[in-house]
Design a binder for this molecule. Sequence first.
Ligand code: NAD
Length: 488
Amino acid sequence: MTVSTDFALPPVTLRIGSEARSTGSGTHTHINPATGEAQAQVPLAGAADVDDAVNAAHAAFALWRATPAGTRAKALLKLAQLVEDHTEDFVNLAIADNGIARSNAYPTVNAAVEWIRYYGGWADKLPLGRITSVAGAGGSFGHTLRQPYGVIGAIITWNAPLMSLAMKVPAALAAGNTVVVKPSELTPFTAMLFADLVTEAGIPEGVFNVVPGGAEAGAALVEHKLVKKVTFTGGPDTARKITAACAQTFKPVVLELGGKSANLVFADADLEAAAMHSTFMAFGIMSGQACALPTRLLVQDSIYDSFVATIGAIAASFKTGNPQELDTICGPVINQAAIDRIHSMVTQAQEDGARLVTGGQRLAEDLADGFFYPPTVLADVDPASELAQKEVFGPVLAITRFSDEAEAIALANSTDYGLSGYVWTGDARRAVRVTEALETGEVTINGAPSAVAERPFGGIGHSGTGNEGGLEGLEEFFWTKSVAYGNG
Ligand code: NAD
């Protein structure tokens, strides 16, 4: 397939202070997921580059921390505006980075703008502390001070580079920290334009640094003595390594990991809305490659057969193909390894007794060179099977039936993950009961959006620890000092 675009990819460099370094400790050949063709050689930061970037961020900390809050706010709000002004460029970069469908890339850029603007708004309204005691008879006046950590090490994955930057960087900068970001080597382009705009917004050199790279750069960042806190988005195996490395110096870490989020559809729900939302969310957001998606659909007995048929029909109608075309809903998945993992899980699910409703084979003919897997629906999925228990990170929806509310809750809570929960019901009291019972960091009811800037987002269990979003996401970037004044 030819994916024609007149958009020129930016050269990837390591952004360290005011320097744009074009070599690192190695290179990565970037493959366009829609065509399977090599489209760029990307430098990979090594430990020495990371050391330079952390030192640049450390040197910039005193100035940035002392910068008046109003100035920080103005710069972040300008950054939000600049990102919005470059929407078309970010859409093109997203398509080049990981093949996200154009129709999906626009709302993603809009969401990123909202996140940057939200934290820009906080920068001069920071909750800097509270009075803890007053000087009465024999007492002392006391208060807390919220302090920025210094250098934050941010490690992000490949599925939504701009969103990941927007969820981490503005909050860290608003709180007065400086940042070194390590994007995935699989998606290095977006961070280049973001770094240019950070500079254009008037944020001083060294406050924001980018070291594209792989595991070597990530490990060097985590282990660096001058990195005072780590914020990570990615998979559980890497998270274990990062947590173990942080444990050596008791470095705090935020972990935003994966999920197998349940979507509970009760017979009393608005079934038309539930079917469209459930199907679009499973496949139409980054071809199923996003952490919080409702990938486990639990459907009440009395509507099960007809609801499964509707889901299958909607999924089969979604166009998978050229991400540049506006009517494409599912672009490619990230690479051959993803195709292999997805197909192996779909095959295993059928061996475990699941019924294939639609999809289930890599797309061929004019899509054969890219990494295209169609929306795949599996019904009658055994709740104990691999497909019900493990994240696929691809366009695969697992459907299981339940008889009553208690069974639905038990099934929803039966995995190691705890990221998002989705509930569809027309009964407000049921919505409250189920919400309280779900063991997840987030619950959305009847189609409310997930992962919006003003609400905290984060998981429990194998989905991670800590928050992005809301005041909670800002608080991750402060440590608390307790202060008291005696009479001496
Ligand atoms: P991954 O864990 O393989 O990689 C993530 C990042 O970690 C990359 O930048 C990678 O280079 C880096 N890395 C690899 N080894 C490292 C090491 N030893 N030390 C430090 N850094 C290292 O990520 P993946 O599995 O490809 O990403 C997909 C996962 O990310 C899925 O599980 C998905 O659910 C999760 N995710 C979570 C969120 C969220 O906000 N909760 C958002 C998007 C994706």
